[in-house]
Design a protein around this ligand. Sequence first.
Ligand code: ADP
Length: 647
Amino acid sequence: MLRRLFPSAFGLRLKPRGELFVSLMAIGLAVALPAVAWIWTTVRTLDRDRRDWTQELQALHQFRLEEAIRTLNADLKARAARAGNPTPSRVSEAGVLFRDLLGDVGDGPPREGVPDGLLVLAADGTPLYPAPAVGVMDPPEADVQGEALVGAFHQRLLTQSMGDAYLGLVAQLVEQKLEGSRSPSGRLYLPSLELAALQQLSREDARFEPTLESLVGRVTRHTAPLMPASQRLFLWREIQRLGARATLPTELAEVLGLAVVQELVGRPVRDQPTAKTVHLSGDGPGQEVWLLPAPGGGVIWLYQLERLHRELEAQVNRSLGPQGYRAQLVPQGDSVSGAGSLQASMGVALPGWALRLDTSVATAELAGSARRQAALQMASVASAVFLGAVLSFLAVRRFLQRVRLTEVRHDFLTTVSHELRTPMTSIRMLIDTLVADPDPQPDRTRAYLEVVSRETLRLGRLVDDYLTFARLERGGMNYDFQPTAPETVVEAAVRSVESRFAAPGCDFRTEIARQLPLIRADAPSLTTALLNLLENAHKYTGADKRILLTVSQCGSTVCFAVTDNGRGFDPRQRSRIFEKFYRAEGPGSPVTGAGLGLHIVKSIVEAHGGRVEVETTPGEGSRFAIHVPATSDESDDSDDSEHSHET
Ligand code: ADP
């Protein structure tokens, strides 16, 4: 089986089994063993790499988490530091500071990095602004006069309407520069009087709009005299009820600030935990506010905790998201859920909170790229092994070719000497007999000479075959292709065998189609090929020979077919009989031969661009057909009737 398979793979015929075995062993030793060892080592290395890599990956995730926490802490520190190091001592300064520090707030949705509110603290840590009643801490001189004027209100009512009475008081306070005048609870009189006047005036009154404008101006201004946040928020709601279309950018900041201050009443602000739950107006659930003290202690930033978390998470996800991580701030006590996440405390900047990093996507992505790398490594090892195998295969093949060449030379010499010696011996024997015969009988002499002639002919054919073979092997066949009539080839071949094929016991016929197209052929070579087929047909048939030579057109080729009723051969050997020196065994007595005839036929026909076909039935006969392509300028062959003749 192996012998049958491998020779075709190696392109040659291996005689000794041992040679094939040794060759396979050589390939095995030279390539397979080192290759297996190499692949095994690579697989082990990759496995170790995978374990190392898993550890490195954990370290990488940990590093990313810590880095994110460091970045967030730095960010919170920077946010706190935005206030600088203010040390306000007066309430009026606190208002300006409040407005200035919140300059970015605007009246749109909260912007990233901008706090929602702030507390301005005095040196002892008590809130200066927003405070429920700022004036209590800092009552101005003018209040006494202010109170006196407001007390005169009822006097005015005797002569004026209520609206006029309020507006009169406003004008008088302005005139006497008593704009900072406050009630004992710290509220400014002037804006309160303006509001009271507006509530009394009809909207059509010419004084309504200017008064409303003036009040809006006072409410939205944070300069001295500073209005307490509670008064500002109260007036603001009233102004809106009166239909003013103004905005108070610091509204949320003041609401938050006031709520926090009310929560902290009586307790030093600095001792408070960082996050406070404060309840904004309305019945909804309380909001958590984050207190972020600025380094100097004069300011505490206020953030709505949920928004701050969203911002910080977004910040981490912006930098780590593309690498496949997802961050979330969770209360520190929460345990890590699942194996694909990692968490660590946020530390001093956000005490009580931890940053949780979902690492599953990053791990999958990195694992994917590691897998690709491993696959690449394996692929390169496999291709190196494959290359090694191919090179070894070629080397072994070359080696076997050399062995085979030596074998061919040896076969050739053995066959040549044997095949030549047989006819030479019989010729010499017959001639010696004739020479030694003192009284030669004409009949016997003639019979001997006929045998000598036959043997000489055989010798000639053998020599011709050897020469042709030698030329083929050297690649030295010089073909002279010419448009040739197929009949020319047939006639030349038939002429050579005529005398022998005409002998009794041989029925030789030819059937040649008319008007065959020309073929592109080297006539002498093609004649040799056809002759070899005819010789074989004669050689491999028994006593009652029936040989038929047909020449016909088959599509674009001209087909020369030789059919005999000889011994045939095993059809499984069909392809092998064209190998040089190959001789198929067949039934009946052995027939001499060198195993070159069909090899020569095939080589010549293939040089003509044609092919050889063979059909055989052991014990019944064979048909060998040569197909040679017709030339393109073929003749008109409408009449394809055949003519035959018998020899
Ligand atoms: P040789 O005839 O010298 O042995 P060939 O190359 O001409 O070498 O033929 C190879 C083999 O093919 C022969 O040994 C023979 O077994 C088989 N063969 C060739 N022609 C015929 C045929 N007409 N009938 C039966 N067997 C044939």
